[in-house]
Write a protein that binds this ligand. Structure first.
Ligand code: ADP
Ligand code: TYD
Length: 195
């Protein structure tokens, strides 16, 4: 059984839909489970949302995403100590993939810089699912949304997509074909978590 599971992928890849259904399926089977997300709805998380929408300096955005996560880890630790399975919609690889794309022309090796900033300050998940999809297809899925945020355009999401593939090479990661049906993806995640 895995206890701390994160869901990653570009906007519109299906993370929220699938992770919420997996949480419901776990609960229905009698496993205590909680679904959570980043950016969080704390004050820091709300500030992060403002940073994204107001095209803030990428360094400010990077530090605030990481600050939000460090704070979030306190709640995650508490849930885990209570024996609850924690499912988190976006986590550290979001920062590595998105903020490295934002910082690529500003500093050398932004990926390593961002990973070093987080090292030893955040929890390491037991499993990270990466929802892999062509950015054109994921953007098509979210065109109907009332608001598209500044990150949600093709050129940027192509970079994020490539960064995700770069940072998700270890044993912790399971790549999922996000074009499979929702039911199929829920079953794949669920079976992997309870294994
Ligand atoms: P994300 O959280 O990754 O941004 P969402 O879960 O909000 O993505 O899904 C974006 C849109 O795509 C929603 O309209 C959702 O119903 C749809 N969707 C999610 N997963 C799938 C799937 N596997 N196949 C087809 N459509 C999907
Ligand atoms: P979210 O509301 O989860 O977007 P979506 O449901 O469309 O996937 O996240 C808002 C945006 O914030 C999204 O474009 C991804 C971005 N983001 C980062 O850039 N860095 C991070 O560390 C996180 C957690 C999210």
């Amino acid at each position: 059984m895995k206890n701390f599971i994160t869901f990653e992928g570009i906007d519109g890849s299906g993370k929220s839909t699938v992770s919420k259904l997996v949480a419901e399926k776990l609960k229905a089977a009698g496993y205590p489970a909680v679904w959570t997300f980043e950016p969080t709805d704390s004050k820091v998380g709300q500030f992060v949302q403002d940073c994204i929408r107001s095209h803030s300096d990428p360094f400010v955005t990077s530090f605030t995403f990481i600050a939000d996560r460090i704070q979030h880890c306190k709640a995650i630790t508490q849930w885990m100590q209570e024996g609850t399975v924690v499912l988190c919609d976006r986590y550290a690889e979001s920062t590595y993939a998105y903020q490295a794309a934002q910082l690529e022309d500003t500093i050398k090796n932004p990926l390593k810089w961002l990973q070093d900033l987080s090292k030893d300050r955040i929890l390491i998940p037991d499993r990270t699912f990466l929802f892999v999809i062509d950015p054109k297809a994921s953007l098509a899925r979210i065109q109907h949304r009332d608001e598209l945020i500044p990150f949600e355009h093709l050129a940027f999401l192509e970079k994020v997509h490539n960064n995700y593939l770069t940072v998700s090479k270890g044993k912790r990661f399971l790549h999922l074909d996000a074009t499979k049906s929702i039911d199929e993806l829920v079953t794949l995640c669920y079976n992997d978590i309870i294994k």
